[in-house]
Write a protein that binds this ligand. Structure first.
Ligand code: HEM
Length: 403
């Protein structure tokens, strides 16, 4: 944040890391949707921001004209030679390569595989709330993001992959660098990436020497199109899982708790009617969808009146699609018993989140355990809440007073 000129005109000069966008993107999307509706900027060497569900869906499905070669918008664009794999398959891959790279991952994230992780996730959440209870005592203040939300996905994905649980702080550092440091100078970003891959190299070498029952060993043994995945490709996919698995779910848990802390009627209803939680959770995912992804334009073209140039970025703000009144009734309201809710929080099209069952399990368990332990809590200081900048949005500081 704050490494660029502040935005004055959102239609012609947007920047998703601007303080105003970080604090409240909803108003910006609503205004753009009514007036623009696809914003443009020369920052990041040229980019576009559609705000209507219709355009976001159309671009997400259009893999012919938009490539996933770079999905995080910064000054850097992955070179064309990296296609169709891209930097971190499958999220950075294009058809036809994408299908196989995704298929390799799916068994590990299938519902039956995720079910097996529920008991340990629940036990860990109990451990965390227990520690917070001791820390705060009755009526004390704890940080629901720092002391709770941020730890859960880190522990789950570290165990799945077979990485040391004690490296959680390092993983959060990698995530922060990749997703939030997008307006840092290129050299600084490159150094951060090297750090991540050096770390993974050591872990992968160790798994090659000592195979075990975890996702890294599974990937090292997996085949794609008849040949074994090479260790570097495994490293790139593991990098994706670390980044995609942590920040996203941490944000979803944090945003849900933030909502409940500020809306006592919803909190009391969920405590009284725990069976409503799965439905409420989908509404939190819709209303506070954390993830915006990017595409690159393949060739110069006119898209809906916009003169897009090859290599322009296009941000796909799935959260904005979820707030489009043409797609959702009372789109800006949070209705925890909303029945029809085909939200786009997990994306649209071929790249739809491969970890959605895992994310939903983590979010449900995290909220169940929290609400059972702390049926009463409220924002301790609304002005102290801090939201992350960049393409994954969630509270990073969330002080709450617990009853
Ligand atoms: C609430 C939490 C999560 C949200 C909101 C979320 C959202 C998304 C979105 C929007 C995409 C589409 C990206 C695109 O179109 O370019 C995506 C892709 C992906 N997500 Fe998630 N995600 C979450 C959690 C997870 C978790 C826990 C994992 C696994 C550890 C994961 C793994 C992936 C993978 C591998 C892809 C790429 C799929 C492909 O390219 O075929 N996500 N996610």
């Amino acid at each position: 944040m704050g490494r660029h000129e502040p935005v004055v005109d959102w239609a012609t000069d947007f920047d998703h890391t601007d303080d105003a966008y970080v604090a409240d993107p909803f108003t910006i999307w609503n205004e753009l949707r009514n007036s623009c509706p696809i914003a443009r900027t020369d920052r990041y060497q040229g980019a576009w921001l559609p705000t209507r569900h219709e355009d976001i869906a159309a671009i997400a499905y259009d893999t012919d004209r938009f490539t996933s070669r770079s999905v995080v918008m910064s000054e850097f664009r992955a070179p064309v030679e990296m296609a169709p794999q891209g930097i971190a398959p499958p999220i950075s891959s294009d058809p036809p390569y994408h299908k196989g790279a995704r298929r390799v991952l799916l068994p590990a994230f299938a519902p039956q595989a995720v079910d097996k992780l529920e008991a340990s996730t629940r036990a860990y959440c109990h451990q965390l709330v227990g520690a917070l209870r001791v820390e705060a005592g009755d009526g004390g203040v704890v940080d629901a993001a720092v002391g709770y939300a941020q730890h859960i996905p880190v522990r789950v994905i570290a165990n799945m992959l077979g990485l040391p649980e004690t490296d959680g702080e390092r993983f959060r550092g990698f995530v922060n660098h990749v997703l939030e440091g997008v307006d840092k100078p290129m050299e600084e970003r490159a150094l951060g990436m090297m750090d991540l891959f050096e770390y993974l190299q050591v872990q992968i070498d160790d798994h090659l020497a000592n195979p075990r029952d975890d996702l890294i060993s599974y990937l090292l043994a997996a085949e794609l199109d008849g040949s074994q995945l090479d260790p570097f490709q495994v490293a790139r996919t593991v990098a994706l899982l670390l980044i995609a698995g942590i920040d996203t779910t941490w944000s979803a848990i944090g945003a849900s708790l933030w909502h409940l802390a500020g809306n006592p009627a919803d909190r009391q209803r969920l405590v009284a009617e725990p069976d409503l939680l799965p439905t409420a959770m989908e509404e939190f995912l819709r209303a506070y969808a954390p993830v915006t992804m990017a595409r690159l334009v393949r060739e110069d073209m006119d898209y809906s009146g916009c003169p897009m140039k090859a290599n322009d970025f296009v941000l796909l703000p799935f959260p904005a699609a979820n707030r489009d009144p043409k797609a959702f009734d009372r789109a800006d309201e949070v209705i925890i018993d909303r029945e029809v809710n085909r939200h786009a929080a997990f994306g649209l099209g071929i790249h739809r989140c491969a970890g959605s069952h895992l994310a939903r399990m983590e979010l449900r368990v995290a909220l169940e355990v929290w609400l059972a332990e702390f049926p009463e809590f409220e924002l301790a200081d609304p002005a102290a809440v801090r939201w992350s900048a960049g393409q994954v949005r969630g509270p990073r500081l969330l002080p709450v007073r617990i009853g």
